[in-house]
Write a protein that binds this ligand. Sequence first.
Ligand code: SF4
Ligand code: SF4
Length: 220
Amino acid sequence: MPYVITRLCTNDGACVEVCPVACIHTRPGAPQFYIDPEVCIDCEQCEIVCPVDAIFKDVDVPPEHAEAIDVNASFFRQNKAVVGPVAFETAWQMVHRAHTYASSMGIAVTAAVVDEAGAPIVVERMDGADPRTAELAVSKAYTAAAFHVATADLAAQARQPWLRSLIVAHRGRVLPAPGGLVIFDGITIIGAIGVAGGRTADQDVLCCQAALAVLETLGH
Ligand code: SF4
Ligand code: SF4
């Protein structure tokens, strides 16, 4: 049962900051923010922070705001582009960009790009990288794709009950540790990248960010 934003919204964006799966969006000129019903995990964090009580669980929406359920869903039907996952060539370039950046820092890593469902597209381990980094990189990418957020954001919430239950539900494939970033095309998630092997978590994140720069050159 997803949450819904009503027309009471004053567009201050407070809920966006707390949503653990990044499913609250708007566009320039829109009168309010909207929740993607296909992604919302029912964690109620947005409802707690909304200063004007504009957010309700869909089954609790007051009758005078009943239209909000369809308004929220319609926003995503209209604005989510129908695009495929990250193209293999793009994924390959991203992985190699991550490797190049890792080399510049004197480290050896594994970089993995997965599709929006978390299935691997390209996984490559540099010479000298620890064999275990292959699985870790895929898990970070899978986690970013599954939760629609940077894995560093999840790390801070690893002890939250809602996240612990989801970790169990994903059968151990979730790794809430820094080094996984979502790959967007507009507001549509087309995959994720994960990197493991840095001496620090920051180095994994920097490799991911270097890889995402590939998308800018491709006009995403
Ligand atoms: S209930 Fe949780 S997952 Fe759903 S929109 Fe609100 S903060 Fe995001
Ligand atoms: S916190 Fe409430 S008022 Fe602010 S953007 Fe979200 S729904 Fe709108």
